[in-house]
Ligand binder design. Structure first.
Ligand code: SF4
Length: 262
């Protein structure tokens, strides 16, 4: 794993689950390299803006740091320019569900063949604790000192409605589980979306809740039926389901586009 590390000092808060996501991804890249299914020169990681975005500093591979909320246009541009590249994006709930929500919807709609991992900590952490699109109603932070009056949206439901062909959720507290979901996302052809529950231990520490309130989906999933996946991601359950909810094969944006431009 040494050669995937960089000389950059890790500046996440000590114990931040962003580090667990970094470890899961590095482990996966090592595995894919060993299996010879991936060459490092063909891997590009793009980061957005937020605490998550520092991950590109800690990966000794091709990386690009994009503008706030704009990593998906960057990723799609890279993929169109060179379809042989494996393009992986690291974003946050502030970055992709708030600032860049329109890009998220359209990347899913066109089934661009890129992989998006969203570090969802339900708070703007880098700017020290404002509400995002996934902050729960009643959340108290810098922008909502009396408690948020808004309902959060469900990013998995949004992605299913927009046309994503791979929709999953994992928990950063489970490194092996996260690595497995990342592998399935990378192996999927088409837009793969993974919401990673990543508690922010400084501004919204939800570790106790999630450590005791997650479970993995059973073998009925991933479903190929949109209705089944929608029913599951909207189910009111005591515990939060993790795994791949939905997976289907469809022509990718790049496959459809290339005959027109060559
Ligand atoms: Fe992690 Fe939160 Fe610290 Fe950012 S502020 S590094 S998300 S614990």
């Amino acid at each position: 794993m040494e050669n995937l590390a960089t000389s950059a000092k890790i500046t996440w808060c000590p114990g931040c689950p962003n580090s667990a996501i970094l470890v899961a991804f590095r482990k996966l890249v090592e595995e894919l390299k060993t299996e010879r299914s991936l060459k490092l020169e063909n891997l590009v990681a793009v980061g957005g803006i937020g605490c998550h975005g520092k991950i590109t500093d800690y990966l000794n591979i091709n990386t690009f740091t994009s503008l706030h909320g704009r990593l998906l246009p960057t990723m799609q541009g890279i993929k169109i320019a060179n379809p042989s590249l494996q393009v992986v994006g690291f974003s946050g709930d502030g970055d992709s569900y708030s600032e860049g929500a329109e890009h998220l919807i359209h990347a899913a709609k066109r089934n661009s063949d890129v992989n998006l991992f969203v570090h969802d900590n339900q708070v703007f952490a880098l700017t020290t604790g404002q509400a995002t699109a996934t902050s729960p109603k009643g959340f108290k932070g810098k922008s909502t000192p009396s408690g948020s009056t808004e309902e959060p949206f469900n990013p998995l439901l949004l992605m299913l409605a927009a046309g994503a062909t791979f929709v999953a959720r994992t928990y950063a507290g489970d490194i092996e589980g996260t690595k497995k979901i990342m592998r399935q996302a990378i192996e999927h052809k088409g837009f793969s979306f993974v919401d990673i529950i990543q508690p922010c231990i400084t501004f919204y520490d939800t570790r106790d809740f999630y450590n005791n309130h997650v479970y993995w989906l059973d073998k009925k999933f991933p479903s190929k039926k949109l209705e089944t996946a929608i029913k599951k991601v909207t189910a009111q359950e005591e515990k939060i389901a993790l795994g791949v909810f939905y997976k289907v094969e469809k022509p990718t944006f790049e496959e459809s586009l290339y005959p027109q431009i060559t």
